[in-house]
Design a protein around this ligand. Sequence first.
Ligand code: NAD
Length: 523
Amino acid sequence: MATDLQIAARKIVSVNPATGEVLRELECAGEGEVAAAVVRAKPAQVAWAELGSRRRIAILREFQAKLHAKKVEVAQSITREVGKPVAEALVTEVLVVLDAARFLIDNAWGLLRDERVPHGNLATKFKSGRLVREPHGVIGIISPWNYSFSIPATETLAALVAGNAVVLKPSELTPLVALELASLLHGAGVPEDVFQVVVGEGAAGAALLRAPIDKLVFTGSVSTGKRIAMAAAERLLPVVLELGGKDPMLVLEDADVEVASSAAVWGAFVNAGQACLSVERCYVHRSLYEQFVKSCAEKTKQLRVGNGMDADTDVGPMIHERQVWIVESHVEDAKAHGVRVLAGGQRLPELGKNFYAPTVLAEVTQSMRIMQEETFGPVLPVMACADDDEAVRLANDSEYGLAASVWTRDRKRGERLAKRIHAGTVMVNDVISCFGISEAPHGGVKSSGVGRTHGRFGLDEMVRVKYLDIDRMPGMKKVWWHRYGKNFRRQMEGFLDMQFARTLGGRLRGAVRAAGVARRKQL
Ligand code: NAD
């Protein structure tokens, strides 16, 4: 384990992946600094919760206005640090956050307020019950680099509106976007100690887990997620884990090839394929296969790869060379097993060390690494399948279960198939946009994670539910209290018969036997 000193001595460097330019160097937060941030957040959270949800919603509205005013600046910062085209940063990051704020502004009050719990049990009719949604306290958020703004921001907004404080540990590759989020939130009126950013590598994330946070929302790889789950189990810390994916796209024989191939190309190459929801496997009905792969290859060859700051760029660089190596090794493995490379298939060194050509592979088979492991890069592997059953079987043959898509002109058929796919989300005739539907829950099954972010279920993760029960007859002893005896037993048998006997006669006899209970003398 790294000591405080070792951690504190380290620096992280934010680098533009398109140009290699160093954007800024920052000191990593040490164990002590991470713990201090959480300790500072504790009393701040109490005051924040006391403000009430209407006031917090007003601050969210202010944040939304500030973000809207700075939309292009924020999008450009994302592009500088992550590489995606500015237009893409506007749509898949800034818009997603503006809309998440809209959802919470419109719905948080209704979703967070107390809820009456009517009682069915006759024995408890004199009580009134209520669900009270309370903030957890301080929520730790650990986020990845690929959606460096929309992931931490959507999680943070839900946590804050529910009355929590947040300590965010962003990816070491994208600290500047997180600091920009902090500046927007503070500018909108969120107190500095209610939202704090601690920058650093994995060690700072591990320190956050050891600090006295009350819940952790983690987004990242399966391997880190497992480590986090084990550390959280030690102290029974509640966690949400949003992990990797290997999302399948199923193209049925009645699909519109022109539309589905455009979707496959966008779904595989958006953010240079570095999206947890990107199309990582494509299964196409044999009758459409040749037409489909040809169309994908033609469209892929038209993509303009380059610096995301250039308005004409469709696909930017990958985040760093380590990610390029993974893509390269998956593609080389596929080539060695005899796939047809219809587009791309190699790096683009003339653009820089982080550029890999958008790649379409045909004749892939299910056992190849490219169909089993998360590639997280600009590769579209396409496999032929015989029918719907085989497509579903192949889609479900994965350790992941984040999202999937089904392409068909028959909505009902699409829905039927969607229900058979093991995934947190299945889209019929679209890919990825579920992440931008603020009402929709986001999260996976199997190795893709535990719990949900976004929408009503995402907000539920940010509160703990307290059941509050008020007895309306404070001067009355409960009939089921001591002192027991033969009579009481008979009366209770009768009480149960009165409610649950199958015949009317049985119920009436039960009521007669139970009647005396009102006169009993308890201790
Ligand atoms: P990663 O797991 O390497 O890192 C994620 C975060 O965890 C970073 O902030 C990192 O510093 C931190 N971290 C690393 N080791 C840690 C430790 N021991 N303790 C605590 N924190 C630690 O993932 P990444 O490379 O940043 O992101 C890519 C992965 O994230 C992909 O697998 C992708 O599918 C997944 N992802 C999932 C979703 C989703 O919503 N399901 C969204 C985006 C990305």
